[in-house]
Write a protein that binds this ligand. Structure first.
Ligand SMILES: [Zn+2]
Length: 307
């Protein structure tokens, strides 16, 4: 069985976690001409400001000013043996301006609007940096005692500075399941009220405490459309650090003869679609499937290719 590698997962970045506990080595990477720096500001990454959209990785030797301004510099790993660092620029809702930086050749853009123009490795590094930035920004204080935290282990651990606490906080990922429910040549798709016109997708939902992933699949389908699914099988997973999820993909089987009872708080409509109908679908504002960077789309496309 080959491992399915979705967009935002890297096959080449060596996270080199053993180096995180060597502060001298990490410090030397800030001065190394081999090191590459990706910059995160708010939820955006730095891209070249030219007609071609490319990530703008700055050599660490040219990043002195950026390191001085950054709230945090995190070690992401080694790419082709070159250290990759993420510099996280400060921002707050009260001061939303970009810090004064000479980035004439760069512009900050949302990765999710430009992923299709990037190679997968670049997209994975930028997604990783974005997710870590979100975690840092939301864990400035210890949830146990309320004292400030400080970054350690290359930015992968936040340690409470409280003298009687010292609790260590690790990056969080919130698992969600996403499941393709089929019945022979029929596939169940739904749409939420807030989605773009014509948008349809497979069902999804967050894991609850004390649940297995398979139980989440069964519960979410029952809650959202009222049917009971069986034969729940793992398909693949996709990092989804927007801001902090892992999408765990499953396939499941249901009966299209069972009545659909929709959770009106979440689901605007749900319907069984025949395979031929989806293949012939025009992909316009009357009907469209999720973005191609999402596992939901892959789940549907894989099924369409099965015949
Ligand atoms: Zn604490």
């Amino acid at each position: 069985m080959t491992t399915k590698l979705h967009i935002y997962a890297s096959s080449k970045l060596d996270r080199a976690a053993h180096l995180r506990v060597h502060p001298d080595t990490l410090q030397s990477y800030r001065n190394s001409p081999d090191s590459l720096v990706t910059i995160v500001w708010r939820h955006m990454g730095l891209f070249t400001a030219s007609d071609d959209i490319n990530p703008y990785f700055i050599p660490a030797s040219h990043a002195r000013e950026i390191f001085d301004l950054a709230e945090e510099v995190v070690f992401l790993g080694l790419r082709d043996n070159r250290p990759v660092l993420a510099a996280m620029l400060p921002h707050s809702e009260s001061t939303p301006e970009l810090p004064p930086l000479d980035l004439a050749e760069g512009t900050f853009l949302d990765l999710r609007d430009h992923w299709s123009l990037l190679n997968k490795e670049d997209a994975a590094i930028m997604a990783y940096a974005r997710g870590l930035n979100h975690w840092h920004k939301h864990h400035r204080f210890c949830g146990h005692c309320g004292n400030p935290t400080r970054s350690t282990e290359g930015g992968h651990v936040l340690e409470c500075t409280g003298s009687n606490c010292g609790k260590l906080h690790y990056p969080r990922t919130d698992p969600a399941v996403i499941m393709r429910v089929t019945d022979g040549d029929w596939c169940l798709l739904a749409r939420n009220a807030g989605w773009r016109a014509g948008g349809h997708s497979v069902l999804a939902g967050f894991l609850e405490i004390g649940e297995s992933l398979e139980q989440t699949v069964i519960r979410e389908v029952k809650e959202e459309v009222g049917i009971t699914v069986t034969n729940v099988r793992y398909h693949s997973s996709q990092p989804w650090p927007f801001p902090a999820s892992l999408m765990v993909g499953f396939t499941a089987e249901g009966s299209r003869h069972d009545p659909l009872v929709l959770d009106s708080n979440e689901i605007e409509s749900a319907k069984w679609f025949h395979r031929d109908e989806l293949i012939a679908s025009p992909e316009d504002e009357t009907f469209n499937l999720p973005r191609k960077d999402s596992i939901s789309r892959v789940l549907v496309d894989d099924w369409l290719k099965e015949r």
